[in-house]
Design a protein around this ligand. Sequence first.
Ligand SMILES: NC(=O)C[C@H](N)C(=O)O
Length: 333
Amino acid sequence: MTSAPSSKANIIVVTTGGTIAMAEDQQTKSVRPLSSEALQAVLPYVSDHAKVQMDHYLNIPSPHITPDIMFQISQRAKEWLERPETDGLVITHGTDTLEETAYYLDLVLHFDKPIVVTGAMRSQGELGADGPVNLVNAIRTAAHPRAKGKGVLVVFNDEIHAARWVTKTHTSNVATFRSPSHGPVGYVTKKDILFHQSISKKVQLPHKQPRARVDLIKAAAGTDDCFLRCALDSGAEGIVLEGLGQGNIPPAMLPGVKEALRRNIPIVLVSRCYNGIVQDVYGYEGGGKELKELGVVFSNGLNGQKARIQLIAALNVSKDPEALQEFFEDGII
Ligand SMILES: NC(=O)C[C@H](N)C(=O)O
């Protein structure tokens, strides 16, 4: 049995740019922004499900997105969501940093109304362009009562993902968005919007202008503390360390970690593995046990780029390692 919403929902589409609002220049063969008004061509395909209003807000490639711009997008989203007549919101975004903006919105927007982020891997006019179908599916999801109270969702390639877990996994494939460890929370079919996983716990942070500079540093075999020191010297107020395996680092990185903690600069540890969580298991030099004892904050399955967004938002609340640990321990599905 299908379950179309009984009356048409009022859905706002806030455009921010990305490939979904780009087309290939036939002469140079480069993909460049075009008027995001072209997205309106899909509206007849959703007229049975929703009354759609387009808000052509920004038109920028997502590598140009900053935490400041994420905050501006969140304010725009909040303005729409606070209107009683708005039933749901879709945000179109470039895919390169889509997961970061989606997770930022998930952390700071506290609404029951559906909020869905989507984009495209192939620009308009390209063979197999996925923007139109992704936008239609995102609008249908935002219009569906089952999408309420689920936090921010990412709809892409007929799948629905939780903003917390989704990540871009392929440079060019239209099936790029995946949720390692967790899988999609639902599907969009021709006739229905289906959820098969609940999203039970969610970290919530205050909706405030992000101010802290947080650097993301990756560990690899034989890396030293050069980038950690550089981050400290450049004014980082927090560091996310993408460690090895269950959360271990090469011994040569330790002096930089100790120096950061001595200066009260919090360090959040994630793993460069894209499945699993970090734990204080190993007792050797640079192992998780030593990092825990030093006061490093352990994150719970977030990837590096999302832990960075969460630390930026969390530093608006506290620099205290215990408070930060609570923000990072919470939120597992
Ligand atoms: N598919 C895309 O949207 C990629 C593009 N570079 C962007 O993120 O803006």
